[in-house]
Write a protein of this length. Structure first.
Length: 269
């Protein structure tokens, strides 16, 4: 199975894309592992696979894009969830419902994809803000907290938070907010680049080198990174705004601690 070309990783401002359908599957015809990705599915729902996609699949802490696909023949498919296949490496599954049971895409048919731009912008702001928060906490506390490290993050608007190794006491909340405000107001550029292992080493970021086997990448492919110029660089496949100021006011909600880790939650206006 051919991997889906992730057009949004190369141009996040692409909100409409013409591509070709490679497969249409009913929910009933999906493998069990892939059925499990769409627990809300109903019998008349389908999954559509295309050669390229502008839809960001849920992953990396970011929610999936939503939107529509339409064919010249009048078929319309409402995309409500997008996930990476649990079976075929690199295959993107667009989950949703056709407007008419009589008008369904056929493999080889050309379709126009359109994403919900408002939601994409919100998710991009949250994703960038999460990295800015991670950078602010690292620069402030990596020498203050024993065994400090950045672990993972959620950039979902209703549960946005960054997790860190080490215990961050509540007394740091105001200092984190101050550093975060500073980075947002500096209007730091946010740039996308493509690195190999040597680039990580050359920038002193060997600790961030991803596992290309786990990611299903070939030896000659490069890793996508997001650079918050003047702060930090992260391996990242998600979508972002062009500068830290575009995140808007980013508020630290609270710091919670459990089993040697700390979770710093945040919210945008």
């Amino acid at each position: 199975m051919q991997r889906t070309y992730l057009a949004f990783q190369h141009n996040a401002k692409l909100h409409v894309l013409q591509t070709v359908v490679t497969a249409v599957r009913s929910i009933a015809a999906l493998e069990e592992a892939n059925k499990g990705l769409f627990k809300q599915a109903k019998e008349d729902d389908h999954v559509v696979v295309t050669e390229k996609t502008i839809f960001h699949p849920q992953g990396g802490g970011q929610p999936s894009d939503v939107g529509t696909m339409e064919s010249p023949g009048g078929a319309r498919f409402d995309v409500s969830m997008v996930r990476m296949s649990a079976i075929n490496d690199g295959e993107v599954l667009h989950f949703g419902k056709f407007s008419s049971a009589e008008l369904i895409f056929k493999p080889g048919e050309s379709v126009n994809q359109t994403i919900n731009v408002e939601k994409r912008q919100l998710y991009s702001r949250y994703h960038t803000a999460g990295h800015v928060l991670g950078a602010a906490v690292r620069h402030l506390l990596e020498k203050e907290i024993a065994n400090f490290d950045e672990l993972k993050a959620s950039h979902f608007p209703d549960s946005a938070a960054c997790e860190f190794q080490g215990l961050i006491e509540g007394k740091w909340k105001d200092d984190i907010q101050t550093r975060l405000d500073e980075y947002v107001s500096k209007n730091m550029p946010v740039e996308i680049d493509w690195w190999d292992e040597d680039d990580f080493r050359a920038n002193g970021l060997e600790r961030l080198i991803p596992d290309r086997k786990v990611m299903g990448m070939t030896d000659d492919e490069k890793f996508r990174v997001v650079k918050i110029v003047g702060a930090e660089t992260y391996p990242c496949g998600g979508t972002h705004v062009d500068s830290t100021q575009m995140c808007g006011k980013t508020n630290v909600k609270k710091i919670s601690r459990a089993k040697g880790t700390s979770r710093v939650s945040y919210v945008l206006p």
